[in-house]
Design a protein around this ligand. Structure first.
Ligand SMILES: Cc1ncc(COP(=O)(O)O)c(C=O)c1O
Length: 498
């Protein structure tokens, strides 16, 4: 190269900077029609990546054109374009420099992918079996919707959601979950997460600064309230669900709870506790947010109806398709008490101007045709079989282990004997064997977070996304990793395994 760039101090550029020109060579070799754009993209990338540091003086357009073997006009055009975009700046006299506005992207401090990525067997809870997604029924509904949707159906939607979907949801939720479902009080949202956040914002606007959350519970709840400026107050559980005494003592006037199948402990809220929670809400003129994240799936009996059905003015009810179809659809619903409805809808409008219309129309069609009921039945069959496989494998490979929580949902709590050292040690050996698990302690807010006893480790094991064969293999590998006896003849009494 005849013309190395010079640095901010006017000295010739380093070897690294010289290499930046080499990055431009492939662009110079691009087909004639694409060469100009390729040159601009390569130059932009050299600045963005830091290969060309801020303040670096660029060669004249004539020199660079000569080095690269392209026309001078292409280089001039690239300089002008990147100057307009702020990547370069030109001096008053002759000369072009790398601008100061660009900051090289730093390498990511930590990988954003889930920690279980690459695990041999992944028991991390929360995901349904994405292979059960009903692709052909979904595609058929999509085709029909696109054919039938009038042009104005593509305009900004009602922030509450399409009337047709709200009507379909009202029928579905009343029938399956026993909610009091008025289509006028349903807001279509992008999941329970958005429902939680919307309520957080509305409560904050009303002056509320604290909301109760279950401990142990979903870390999402606290994080979402924090984002709305509301502090989560951890509240303990007992055998019947959220403990009412501490709830009363806490002074909060709103609480989020998972009564059908507490996350993560798997406790079902008793009928007595339901009544006590409602008494509390009425006495403080408060609000219960019922998170019905997996309430459709119960394996030992018919699902117990939603708390909201008992008092729709004190309970807001939220659910989604995240456990039945796919969390990636980002589709859910919030049933709000009348007193909060306008404010919640206004928040929804402010945040995103309503949920995407096509997705709503498609899901409405899917529900109306009975496809969603079919999908729920299909998941119910698969998940029940998988839970049974997990419980049996634990009994076989971890004699003395206990499974707690009702037979429902997509995960169990397993208390496993800890033969060797601390919980940390146990988890490290399991992780080293390529098995991804979450201990119950990860879901606790503090000392009362549900630690296992000194002799056991309590794990939250998700099973819905794994085939029975994988579940068995995973449990066997886990047992081998912690050197627990795997002798097949060991029989474990049925009593500890619900
Ligand atoms: C307790 C609980 N609530 C709700 C959700 C789902 O939220 P969303 O409907 O936003 O996907 C999850 C997801 O794992 C959860 O664990």
């Amino acid at each position: 190269m005849t013309s190395a760039p010079t640095g901010p101090d006017g000295r010739p550029g380093s070897d690294d900077r010289t290499a930046a020109w080499e990055l431009l060579l492939p662009a110079a070799a691009a087909p004639a029609r694409a060469r100009g754009r390729a040159l601009q993209a390569a130059l932009r990338e050299a600045v963005r990546s830091g290969r060309l540091a801020p303040g670096t003086r660029l060669p004249s357009s004539r020199d660079l054109a000569c080095d690269l073997g392209v026309s001078r006009g292409l280089v001039t055009e690239a300089y002008e374009q990147l100057t307009a975009e702020g990547y370069l700046r030109s001096g008053r006299g002759a000369g072009t420099w790398v601008g100061d506005a660009v900051r090289a992207a730093r390498p990511r401090a930590r990988d954003l992918a889930p920690r279980s990525c690459g695990a041999r067997v992944d028991f991390v809870p929360g995901t349904p079996d994405l292979a059960l997604f009903p692709r052909s029924a979904w595609a058929a509904a999509q085709r029909e919707v696109l054919t039938d949707l009038p042009h104005d159906g593509l305009g900004y939607p009602d922030p509450r959601g399409l009337p047709r979907l709200r009507t379909a949801l009202a029928e579905l939720l009343a029938r399956r979950r026993g909610v009091v479902a008025d289509p006028e009080r349903i807001v279509v949202v992008s999941g329970v997460a958005q429902a939680t956040a919307l309520l957080g914002f509305v409560l904050h606007a009303r002056g509320m600064r604290t909301v109760g959350v279950e401990d142990p519970g979903s870390p999402q709840h606290s994080a979402l309230y924090a984002a709305a400026g509301v502090t989560a107050v951890p509240l303990p559980l007992d055998d019947e669900g959220l403990a009412v005494g501490p709830l009363r003592d806490s002074g909060v006037r709103a609480v989020v709870t998972t009564p059908a199948h507490q996350f993560p402990t798997g406790i079902a809220c008793s009928a007595r506790r339901r009544a006590e929670l409602l008494d509390w809400a009425r006495s403080v003129d408060g609000l219960i947010l019922e998170d019905d994240y997996d309430g459709d799936f119960r394996y030992d009996r018919a699902p117990v109806g939603a708390l909201q059905g008992l008092d729709p003015e004190h309970v807001a009810y939220a659910g989604s398709v995240s456990k039945s179809l796919a969390p990636g659809l980002r589709l859910g619903w919030l049933l709000v008490p009348e007193s909060l409805a306008d404010e919640v809808v206004e928040r929804k409008r402010t945040i995103d101007l309503g949920h995407p219309s096509l997705d709503q129309a498609l899901f409405a069609r899917f529900v109306e045709r009975g496809d969603y009921d079919r999908q729920l039945r299909r998941c119910q069959r698969a998940y029940r079989e998988r839970r049974d496989a997990l419980v049996a494998a634990l009994a076989e490979h971890f004699p003395g282990s206990r499974v707690s929580g009702i037979a429902a949902g997509l995960h169990v709590i397993a208390a496993l004997p800890r033969c060797h050292g601390s919980e940390e040690h146990f988890l490290a050996r399991v992780a080293a064997a390529g098995i991804a698990v979450r201990p119950l302690t990860e879901y606790g807010h503090g000392a009362g977070g549900g630690d296992g006893t000194a002799e056991e480790v309590r794990l939250v094991l998700g099973y819905a996304h794994l085939t029975p064969a994988r579940i068995r293999a995973g449990v066997r590998l886990m047992a081998e990793a912690v050197s627990v006896s795997c002798s097949p003849g060991v029989s474990v009494g049925a009593a500890p395994h619900q």
